[in-house]
Design a protein around this ligand. Sequence first.
Ligand SMILES: NC(=O)c1ccc[n+]([C@@H]2O[C@H](COP(=O)([O-])OP(=O)(O)OC[C@H]3O[C@@H](n4cnc5c(N)ncnc54)[C@H](O)[C@@H]3O)[C@@H](O)[C@H]2O)c1
Length: 342
Amino acid sequence: MRVRTAVVGVGHMAHSHLPNLAQFEDVDLVALCDVSEERLQSTARQYNVPRVYTELTRMLDGERLDCVFVITPEWLHAGQSIECLRRGLDVFCEKPPSHNVEESKRMAEEAGASGKLLALGFNRRFSVTEIKEAFSEHPPQMCVAEFIRPVDEYRPLINGSIHALDTLIYICGEPRAAAAVATYSDPEKHECIAASIEFANGALATLASGYGTQTSAERLSVYGHGIAAWWNRSSVTIRRGDESETREIGDSVRLEDRHFIDCVKGEAEPIATIDDAVVTMEWVHRVFDAAQIEVSPAPRTGRGYLQWCPYCGADIVAYREECVSCGRELGAWSIPIEDMAE
Ligand SMILES: NC(=O)c1ccc[n+]([C@@H]2O[C@H](COP(=O)([O-])OP(=O)(O)OC[C@H]3O[C@@H](n4cnc5c(N)ncnc54)[C@H](O)[C@@H]3O)[C@@H](O)[C@H]2O)c1
């Protein structure tokens, strides 16, 4: 079977998926969709994609597809994924599923009703499979997950270090309790969170989500029953007794893309679905609650992502960039709208 696919949202992250989709021999990358004409044209040229669209519905009306990659900002994920599911398409949606638990649950309901796959972009799962297997007989006793980034970001635990929490959940199963402390200057822009998590199977974990540290790191350590396992973005080491083995790991996004296409073809079982993502989102919010961090359910107004350009009023179609309508720089997402308006 050849898989006919299209991508909606061709910004930063799409360029981690597109080289894979363009190279897979059983994939026909037939169309791209983005609200930026310029980005569409240059990306279509780069990956030799025949057709481009500036509206998702027009792309879905005009193309015969098996699946769609949704790689837009997270406030668009629910609407766009549901639109594709309702048209009978399998969907790969980047993480986070949405900006809140309720909308994530709605996505899960729609996926269930459609009978189609809604896979989520928790790509770290695909590079820790050996660790999960090593602890399949006995669960880990102690884990440490670190996700450290140099600068502040908008809602880092939802947008970045959600990967670390999701990987812990993938390996240890569902948590049953969380305690946490945090230092932050703005509830929408928390800088550092230290969480302690207890899992239903008895495993314990420490999650360190550190933003604004002017340094970067991402590591996972898993211990128990004579096994020690360490993961970073490039390698996995597993030590059993005195014997230790280290293996370089491939690009986790490529592994994830290959796996999704295999699922569409019915040749693999999904391992990062919207149902998994709902659990992870619920525990993101449990950690927020434990750390007494209040996050608003919808981030598109007030502080946070801008919903419209403060200079010309056009709808904001790309964050962290200039307005596509008037070209003015939008600045950091964290700047309150009222401070930016002239
Ligand atoms: N899995 C990972 O490790 C990882 C890493 C980075 C980003 N992401 C996720 O990928 C997603 C995209 O992030 P990004 O960094 O590529 O953002 P981005 O702003 O660089 O790209 C988003 C693209 O979506 C387009 N877009 C906006 N509104 C649209 C609409 N209505 N229809 C079609 N296209 C539209 C924008 O023009 C832009 O090209 C986010 O959910 C982000 O959290 C995941």
